[in-house]
Design a protein. Structure first.
Length: 174
């Protein structure tokens, strides 16, 4: 009988630990990453009113980034290049995409997203909303917002068109 009591007493700390863990509040991801930054995009040849095949390339700099997990301060970047048929008006079309973010601490994150665009009060706001599918922060929800001055439609009507755009960005991963 005494051995049973001692055996049960030995299990008591495990039972208490299980109750404490089960009653702890759940956290979705346990961390938060917030990055400021900017995005520069070039178009060759430039965007015009008429759809045409062009090369779209650019760089998104995520800096500074602060996080609630180590490393607590870092930066990241995404480079992109694509060839597609675009015009000034087609840039507002919703679509999907995948970006690979390269972080300053030597890791990457693959970010799969749905892209939406709104134009209001002279600004173009691009929202990328999705999930980090692999790499560091995998499984976390991510939202990137890029805000720029709306395209000048008079420039779209020229032969040269718009050859570059610039916007400020915010990336949140949680």
């Amino acid at each position: 009988m005494r051995h049973r009591v001692l055996a049960l007493a030995g299990l008591l700390p495990l039972v208490i630990a299980a109750v404490v863990v089960a009653s702890a509040p759940a956290q979705a991801s346990g961390f938060l990453v917030t990055c400021g930054g900017n995005q520069t995009t070039t178009y060759n040849p430039g965007l015009t009113d008429t759809p045409r095949t062009l090369v779209r390339s650019g760089q998104n700099n995520h800096t500074p980034c602060v996080a609630t997990v180590s490393p607590f301060a870092f930066s990241g970047s995404t480079s992109f290049t694509s060839t597609s048929t675009l015009s000034c008006l087609s840039l507002t079309a919703a679509n999907t995409g995948v970006d690979v973010i390269t972080w300053s601490f030597g890791a990457t994150s693959t970010f799969a997203y749905d892209r939406t665009v709104t134009i209001a009060e002279g600004q173009t706001v691009v929202t990328l909303d999705g999930t980090v599918t692999s790499g560091v922060f995998a499984g976390a929800h991510a939202t990137e917002t890029i805000t720029s001055v709306a395209l000048d439609l008079l420039d779209c009507a020229t032969a040269t068109g718009i050859t570059s755009t610039y916007g400020i960005s915010e990336l949140i991963i949680a």
